[in-house]
Each structure stands twice: as structure tokens, then as C-alpha cells.
Design a protein around this ligand. Structure first.
Ligand code: IPD
Length: 256
């Protein structure tokens, strides 16, 4: 079984497992507005042990269990539940995200949305897919007609987030925030929104989604530049027509 097929099956199994406790688990806080549940840990253990059994030499980094990739050419990035705050409150907008990088380049990724049983997947050079439907980014070239999801966390300051939203609104865009970076990126890949941006996001949230967007014909900044893999970076993901203008409007360089 190749890594794409393995990754697709694993994301689907993990998503279905996560859904068995949807809206039924107690939430606690890792930090301010940073929710975790026992299922985040259980799902991550499930995914980690499958990867370790199949690819014992690959590095694994997960949101809950950490890990490192020093000197490793093959790295898996797991977000066992992306959108945990939604998951814990019974809001059906969350997913399991599994990305795989080779030599620092997103190569395979799968995102499973258990509420719809939708499986998004991509392999470098092979397109992005939801099930067997090929995905393509929106062709909208007018920022004033664009819908942009602005991810939010307490890792960056309130004033900076408000400034980001204000710039987009002044440029005429519609702004939303739905609470799962990975599904926000899948929406861009599927042409359901024009862009996703966030001042800081972690690699496990976006490794698979970045590949979905790129393989659906979209563009992203160079998220894995510098320490992006281990400490996160800003993120812009959109189509080719909007990329440069969007980056300028929000003042986010495309090379990081
Ligand atoms: C968060 C979500 C959120 C994004 C944050 C992430 P979590 O992940 O993806 O939409 O804006 O940056 O931390 O905590 O639900 O796994």
C-alpha cells in the first residue's frame, strides 16, 4: 500500500473513531480558548501507532504528543481533532488531518470530515480530491467578491487580528471564521471560499490542507520556511488571481 492510500484509510478510520464521541466528551483547556478533550489524545494515539507500525523509520509530530523531525527526511503531521472547540460543543465542523512531508515538501495529505463522512486527499502532482471528485479552487479574481476565512487563536494579539479583519473588510471581502484551519483550507481547495489566512498556525493544522490547495490549482505562502514545521508560521492560501493582492492587503509576505 502506498503512502497516499495508507493516509486516506487512516484519516477515514480516525475520523469515524472520533465521531463515536462527538459532542459527548468533556472539554478542558490547554490555554486560553485552547480546548482539548480525551478524544484528541485517543485519536492521536490511534494514528501514531498505525504510522509507527507501517513506517517505523518515519518521524511523527502530533498536536497532543509533540515529537521532532530533526534529521528526518520523512515526517508525518497529525492533528487528531482540528476544530476541537466545535467538536466538544457538538458543532459538526471538525476533522482529522494527516499530512506527510518528504524533504520538507508536502507530499501526501488527507483530511476527514466525519460529520459528512467526506474524505479530502491529495498527493503531490496528482491533484486534490474529495472522494473521487477532483477539486479546483475558485476562479474569482476580485477581492471585493471574495470570501476569506481568517483563522484565530490567542497565539497572536487581538489588535493584530482586528487589523487583519479590518483590512480585508475595507478591501471589500467577506470575512468568516468557522474554527477548523484544515477544513478552511479544504474549502479553499474545493472553491467554496476564496482564501484562508491566519497570523499564526501550526504545521499539524495545515500540512494536509496546504497540499489540497496547491493540488487544486491554488497558491500558498512558503509556510514551511524557517521553523514553520516546528513552531508554525503565518498562512495565506488562495487562488493564483488573488494571491499577490491578498498578501499586499494583509501585509503578509509570501516567502514565509
Ligand atoms: C485550531 C483550529 C483553528 C485555527 C487555530 C488552530 P485545534 O486547531 O484549526 O481554526 O485558527 O490556529 O489552533 O486547536 O482545533 O486543533
Amino acid at each position: 500500500m502506498d503512502r497516499l492510500e495508507f493516509c486516506r484509510n487512516l484519516a477515514r478510520d480516525a475520523g469515524r473513531f472520533a465521531h463515536t464521541k462527538f459532542g459527548q466528551v468533556e472539554a478542558s483547556l490547554k490555554g486560553r480558548h485552547d480546548v482539548v478533550t480525551a478524544m484528541d489524545h485517543d485519536v492521536e494515539r490511534f494514528v501514531r501507532s498505525a504510522i509507527a507500525a507501517r513506517y517505523p523509520d518515519d518521524a511523527i509530530i502530533g498536536e497532543e504528543g509533540g515529537g521532532h523531525a530533526v534529521g528526518s527526511e520523512r515526517v508525518w503531521l497529525i492533528d487528531p481533532i482540528d476544530g476541537t472547540a466545535n467538536y466538544a460543543r457538538g458543532i459538526p465542523h471538525y476533522c482529522v488531518s494527516i499530512g506527510y512531508l518528504e524533504h520538507g515538501v508536502p507530499t501526501v495529505g488527507a483530511v476527514h470530515d466525519p460529520s459528512h463522512d467526506w474524505l479530502y486527499s491529495a498527493a503531490r502532482g496528482d491533484g486534490a480530491w474529495r472522494g473521487d471528485e477532483r477539486l479546483a479552487v475558485s476562479r474569482c479574481a476580485d477581492l471585493a467578491a471574495a470570501t476569506i476565512e481568517c483563522g484565530w487563536s490567542t497565539r497572536r494579539g487581538t489588535a493584530d487580528y482586528l487589523a487583519l479583519v479590518a483590512r480585508l473588510l475595507v478591501a471589500g471581502g467577506a470575512v468568516r471564521r468557522v474554527g477548523s484551519g484544515a477544513l478552511g483550507l479544504a474549502d479553499v481547495a474545493a472553491g467554496r471560499s476564496e482564501a484562508y489566512c491566519e497570523l499564526h498556525i501550526n504545521a499539524w493544522d495545515c500540512a494536509a490542507g496546504i497540499l489540497l490547495v496547491r493540488e487544486a490549482g491554488g497558491h500558498t505562502n512558503n509556510f514551511f520556511a524557517g521553523d514553520g514545521l516546528t513552531t508554525g508560521n503565518p498562512l495565506i492560501a488562495t487562488n493564483a488571481a488573488l494571491c499577490a493582492e491578498l498578501a499586499e492587503v494583509i501585509g503578509m509576505p509570501l516567502n514565509c
